[in-house]
Write a protein that binds this ligand. Structure first.
Ligand code: 5RP
Length: 219
């Protein structure tokens, strides 16, 4: 199976977690796009969606799926999204697509987080994938210096990229992530950081992992 076929497989499996007549949180990226295409097939069973990026909102609308403003929503039954890395404790690195902040906000409102990814995203320890950090533009150099001073690693400005929130992304290479919860919390204390791509304080509840033997459900 190709990587795209595995992504499609987990996207199909995620449909079982869609709660009828509720609002669904929708992530961002190529795996989330497969999920959006699957969701379109059952769109009449749900109340609507909240999207974690402009790109996902556009794709949802193209399918005729209602996209709601998060401020008009009290509860999201389930948030379904991909990841860049997932460790055995279901702590994730996300933000390869630069949507990490909105992803974390939509997730905060959701009751359950179902992560969908192909098996290439499964790792023993987070850190090989550079950790994305969304920063306020005027703070980018300060934040980069603080990251090196406090945690090591090599922050690289994502070239020519602006987030949906008008901010920048620093991708930090070479971090040793021993305690994802502590690192997520500590990075977020640096003034000028909007948030970082560790999803550890709020991790995935379920990881649907697509591999050659089909979909493995990890909890
Ligand atoms: C976007 C994300 C994505 O979930 C992550 O980058 C995985 O993307 P893909 O499904 O294309 O591999 O966090 O900000």
């Amino acid at each position: 199976m190709t990587q795209d076929e595995l992504k499609q497989l987990v996207a199909q499996a995620a449909i079982d977690y869609v709660v009828p007549e509720t609002i669904i949180g929708v992530g961002t990226g190529s795996t989330a796009n497969f999920f959006i295409d699957e969701l379109a097939k059952i769109k009449h069973t749900i109340e609507g969606t909240v999207a974690s990026s402009e790109a996902s909102a556009t794709r949802l609308r193209q399918h005729g799926i209602p996209v709601l403003d998060l401020n008009s929503v009290n509860e999201i039954s389930v948030y379904i999204d991909g990841a860049d890395e997932a460790d055995p404790g279901l702590h994730l690195t996300k933000g390869g697509g630069g949507a990490l902040t909105r992803e974390k906000i939509v997730l905060a409102v959701a009751k359950q987080f179902v992560c969908i990814a192909d098996e290439s995203k499964k790792v023993a320890h987070l850190g090989k994938f550079p950790l994305p950090i969304e920063v306020i533009p005027m703070a980018r150099s300060y934040v980069a210096r603080e990251i090196v001073k406090r945690f090591g690693g090599e922050p690289v400005l994502r070239d020519g990229f602006t987030t949906d929130n008008g901010n920048l992304i620093l991708d930090v290479h070479g971090l040793v992530i021993k305690d994802p919860v502590a690192l997520e919390t500590e990075i977020n204390q640096i003034v000028g950081v909007v948030t970082n791509g560790l999803f550890a304080c709020r991790k995935a509840d379920i990881f649907l992992c697509g591999g050659k033997n089909g979909v493995e459900t990890l909890t």
